[in-house]
Structure formats: C-alpha cells, structure tokens
Design a protein around this ligand. Structure first.
Ligand code: 4AD
Ligand code: MG
Length: 444
C-alpha cells in the first residue's frame, strides 16, 4: 500500500463497505473494490469505486498521493481491482451521502480493456447475455440481484414465522406435474426421469406429514416459447397447507405479496433508486386485493370490447387488460377445469370450473402466482390421471395421500423471477436471475 507521509501508519485503516461509509465520516478507511469509471482533470482524479455494496466517488489530488501513484491510477482501465485508503467526507450531492478523499491506493489486478462499454450496454442484449458473468457487475444488475436476495429472505421469513416447515422437493422426478409438453427428460440409469416442473406433489406429501410446508428451489420447463416471462429454469416457492380451502390459499398469497413488497420498500431503497423504479405503484400494494372469478372476467372482457369465448385460457393481452383496471394484484379464480392441471379440485358449486387461482401482477407483469385447492377424492383423481393420459403407476405414491387420511388441502407456487421483475420494474425476466436459462441459451 502506498501511503502519504502525513498518514500515521500504525496499521492499515479500517476496512469499510461502501454502503456503510456514511457511518465513518471523518475517519480514514480502506475500501476494496473495482474501478467502475474514471475521470481526470489535470491534477485531480475522480475514481468511481464499486465494491458490490455500492459505488463511491474517490477523489485523488496529485499533490496528496504523489506523481507516480497518480499516473498509475490515471491510466487504470475500467474494472481493475484496487484498494483505496481515504478520508470519508460528507457530501450532499453524492447518492451515498459521502465522498472519499484518497490518501493512498494499491492496484490489485490491472484489467484488460473491458468489453462492456456504455455503448454496448444500450445496444446489444445478445452481447450482454454472452457476457452475463461480467454484465452482473453493472449497477442495475447488482441492484436486481440484491432485490432478489431480499425477496428470497422475505419469503423464507414469512413462512418460517407462520409455522410452515421448509421441505426440499427432489429435482429428479419420475412423472410430470404440470403437463407433459414441457418436460426435460434425462437418462436415469437407463430409465427416463424428468427434471422437476414443480415441487407441489411432494409438498402435498409433506403437508400430510407436517401440516404446513413450503418448498423453495429451482424448477424446470422445456418452454419452447420465447417471451419476456419464460425461463427454462426458474425458482419457485410452493407453500402447501393441510385442512385448507381455496380462500385460505388466496389469503396466504395476498399476505405473502404484501410482505415481499413492504420488505423491499423498507430495505432496498438504494437499489430501487438505481433501478429508477417508480415507488408509487409499490406503495399501493396493501390487502385486500381484488378478487374476480373467471366468469366475471369473461363477462367484463366482452363488455369492454375484448371479445373472449368462455373456456379458453387467458392470453397475455387479456390479462394485461384486466390488470389495468386495478392498481393491486388481481386474484383471478375458478378457471374452466379444462385449461388447468389434473390435480385441481372441481368446484362443488359449479362443475365447469376448478378451485384454482392465478395472481396477476399490476403494471402488465402477468401471472406471478398459480395455485389451487387439490382434488382430495381418490376416485376423482384416478379419473383425472386417466383423462390427462398420465401413467398411473408413477402416481401411486401420490394417490396414497388420498388413501391414507385424505383432507382438503391446497397451496400455490410463486415464480421468483416474475416477482422480482415486477418489484424491480424490469421488462424482461432474464435479468432477474443471475444466469438465465432460456430456449437455446445456456452460456455462460
Ligand atoms: O402456474 P404454475 O405452472 O403452477 C405450478 O407449478 C403449481 N404446481 C404451483 C402450486 O400450486 N404449487 O407455476 C407457478 C408460477 C407461475 O405463476 C409463474 O410465476 C412461475 O411459476 N412460472 C414461471 N416462471 C418463469 N418461467 C416459466 N417458464 C414459468 N412457468 C411458471
Ligand atoms: Mg399457471
């Protein structure tokens, strides 16, 4: 470490994270990070230093650090790693409220010319995706990953605090959960197995053992569609409750979403600021959320000039139209059973529909949650398995849950990346997971 003469060197200065620099005003600290940007004006150098927790401007005077170090820093390429010692000064113009007055610095790793320039950032998503390992370093990407991590914690805290037990579902599975058209088949010692589409069926077994459980892990769908909402590998949290009805499922989803948004608003202000997220729509996310049946939705679509025939699944434009009527997530329940999964319970009051719910996020972010009350009757479930052309042998264990003490039960799956996209105001889901997996895209 090169230091100036007037710095007393009774050991290195305290290490400080950029995010907490405002707690060190008046002290000399050491920051370890990377050079995000650099400007110089003759005798002054402005280094934008990022350490993953934030970015701070470090100002170096030639006089204070000497010609040699000044010259080294002046020629330092973007993304070089370095340690900077400096005096923390309050600065009102800075987003972090502080600035660093450099007293010394040491270059740790001089970078080669960095491929991601400002021009590239604005230009080419393909290029950025191929350099995802480096793209992750830019401030908006860092902000999204931090919000994602906060949401994961929020979800876990929510369930852990409500007596749900975390239950890890397997990733290799012998059967389909969400239809056979999106299965990834793998060779399992000579027999076919599938990457899990959903942990739900295992969560149901868990709920019969533990009462209330949630799974949280990666799930896989061989989605052949290229949309801004589909990944082939995404994370899903799936709570499941024994002795629960569709209303319980809807209440739980509503509570979870309110908690997620209020936690992010409370703890991620710097990130939402970097993302230029309009906070007003998020501040409106409070219970109760509007609830509408599919029947009502179809009537409304037709009434408002969006012709829609009863029986089909809602498309993205239909969903967008409906959600625009509200400034909160919309709980859309009781879809025709024909467009939904085999395991859903039929509505005893209306044989045409399933006791299910989709939660549609506001601002056009689409379905973020799908759930239902489960078919708890053995004969009905057997019939559904046949109707959906599923191999009964693979589901015998699941049918056992109805043979040994069946109860009304239900739950839902919350798609993590879609939730992150909504909360962050990110158009495309690919930026809401560190290394997205999509149709024909698996590098890096
Ligand atoms: O609606 P889905 O398919 O429901 C299930 O998998 C149920 N087994 C859940 C349950 O009841 N336990 O998926 C649930 C959520 C969707 O609402 C969406 O947020 C997300 O998972 N999702 C995807 N996210 C990204 N890419 C995809 N291809 C997704 N497919 C579903
Ligand atoms: Mg769904």
């Amino acid at each position: 470490m090169t230091t100036t003469e007037d710095q007393t060197s009774d050991g290195a200065p305290t290490l400080a994270r950029v995010r907490r620099l405002n707690e060190h005003v008046g002290e000399t600290v050491r920051v370890q990070g990377w050079l995000a940007n650099r400007r110089s004006s003759g005798k002054l150098l402005f280094l934008e230093l990022r350490d993953g927790s934030g970015t701070v401007q470090a100002v170096a005077h030639k006089k204070a650090i000497g010609d040699e170090l000044f010259a080294e820093l002046e020629g330092l390429p973007q993304e070089s790693s370095l340690e900077v010692d400096g005096l923390v000064k309050a600065d009102e113009r800075s987003p972090t409220g502080v600035e660093l007055s450099v007293t010394g610095a040491r270059v740790v790793g001089r970078a080669e010319p960095y491929p991601i320039t400002k021009a590239v950032q604005e230009d080419s998503v393909d290029f950025l995706m191929k350099h995802r390992h480096l793209w992750l370093r830019s401030s908006k990407q860092v902000a999204k990953l931090r919000v994602r991590a906060r949401i994961i914690k929020s979800i876990r805290d929510f369930f852990d605090g409500r007596d749900f037990v975390c239950l890890d579902a397997p990733i290799f599975t012998p059967s389909a959960c969400e239809g056979t058209s999106t299965l990834f088949e793998v060779d399992y010692f000579g027999d076919p197995a599938y990457l899990t589409q959903s942990g739900q069926l295992y969560a149901e077994a868990g709920a019969m053992a533990l009462g209330r459980v949630y799974t949280f892990g990666p799930t896989f769908r061989a989605e052949k569609s290229k949309t801004r909402r589909h990944l082939t590998e995404f994370w899903m949290c799936e709570p499941e409750m024994a002795f629960a009805t569709l209303d319980d499922v809807m209440d739980l989803a509503e509570g979870l979403l309110c908690t997620i948004v209020s936690d992010v608003l409370a703890d991620c202000a710097p990130e939402l600021n970097v993302l230029e997220r309009d906070l007003a729509p998020l501040q409106k996310i409070r219970a109760p959320f509007p609830r509408m049946s599919y029947d009502e939705a179809v009537a409304l679509l037709n009434e408002k000039g969006h012709p829609f025939e009863w029986g089909g699944d809602l498309g993205a434009p239909d969903e967008t139209f409906l959600t625009q009527l509200f400034d909160k997530p919309l709980l859309l329940h009781r879809y025709p059973h024909g467009v939904k999964a085999f395991y859903m319970k039929r509505d005893p009051d209306d044989d045409r529909v399933a006791l299910c719910v989709d939660v549609l996020a506001p601002e056009g972010y689409g379905e973020i949650v799908g759930g239902s009350e489960r078919a708890d009757d053995l004969d009905y479930l057997l019939e559904q398995i046949k109707k959906h052309d599923l191999p009964q042998e693979a589901f015998e264990w699941y049918l056992d849950l109805r043979r040994y003490g069946t109860v009304p039960h239900g739950g839902f799956g919350l798609g993590l990346e879609r939730t992150v996209a909504w909360v962050c105001g990110t158009h495309h889901i690919r930026e809401c997971i560190p290394f997205p997996r999509m149709l024909y895209k698996i590098y890096p």
